[in-house]
Design a protein around this ligand. Structure first.
Ligand code: AMP
Length: 184
């Protein structure tokens, strides 16, 4: 069974590659960003609370993020595995993840800061995302760099990490991922 976590800076192509990998393996691609946005779109009280963080470009508190993710993981379609993008992003979430996630592999997509910044700005323009102001992008990138390092170290100690160069055509990156994961 594949339970694959995808880590990497925003704008690394994680979401795109998660979707491709999920299609190939016939398992769902989950993303905490999408799960949180879906909760916002539902108009629930929790969704309104979540929106207040996302709209400012802030992280959603761990308790809320974990509970939304945990709830999603109880649905039938993840029984045969899943790809997860966006969690755990820092040590507190790693500790929380230990209680309900047992990844079989952790994929790290490596892209230089300038490249991810360029891609995020392009995406912000296309999607008109309220959280993608230049200031919030800089803040998220800096946070991501600092805070994910120890998480990656932990998973590396467990022998679960595979690092892939994320610069290049989408097909090329996909091929590199298939290779490191041993997927034909
Ligand atoms: P993303 O789609 O990964 O760019 O996430 C969009 C927004 O959702 C982020 O800016 C955060 O506000 C929130 N978010 C996504 N994943 C997490 C997480 N693991 N922890 C806290 N907030 C998150």
């Amino acid at each position: 069974m594949h339970k694959i976590l995808i880590l990497g800076p925003q704008g690394s192509g994680k979401g795109t590659q998660a979707t491709r990998l999920a299609q190939k393996l016939h398992i769902p691609a989950l993303s905490t960003g999408n799960l949180l946005r879906e909760e916002v779109a539902s108009g629930s009280t929790l969704g309104k609370q979540i929106a207040s963080f996302i709209d400012k470009g802030n992280l959603v508190p761990d308790e809320i993020t974990s509970s939304v993710l945990k709830k999603r993981l109880t649905q039938d379609d993840v029984a045969r595995g899943f790809i997860l993008d966006g969690f755990p992003r820092f040590m507190e979430q790693y500790e929380s993840a230990k209680t309900f996630l047992e990844p079989t592999a952790v994929l790290i997509i490596d892209v230089p800061k300038e490249e991810s910044l360029k891609r995020i700005l392009k995406r912000a323009e296309i999607e008109n995302r309220t959280d993608d102001t230049p200031e919030s992008i800089e803040r998220r990138l800096a946070w991501s760099r600092e805070k994910t390092v120890p998480v990656i170290e932990q998973y590396t100690t467990l022998g679960l990490t595979h690092t892939v160069n994320g610069v290049g055509e989408i097909d090329e990156v996909e091929e590199r991922i298939n290779q490191v994961l041993g997927i034909a």
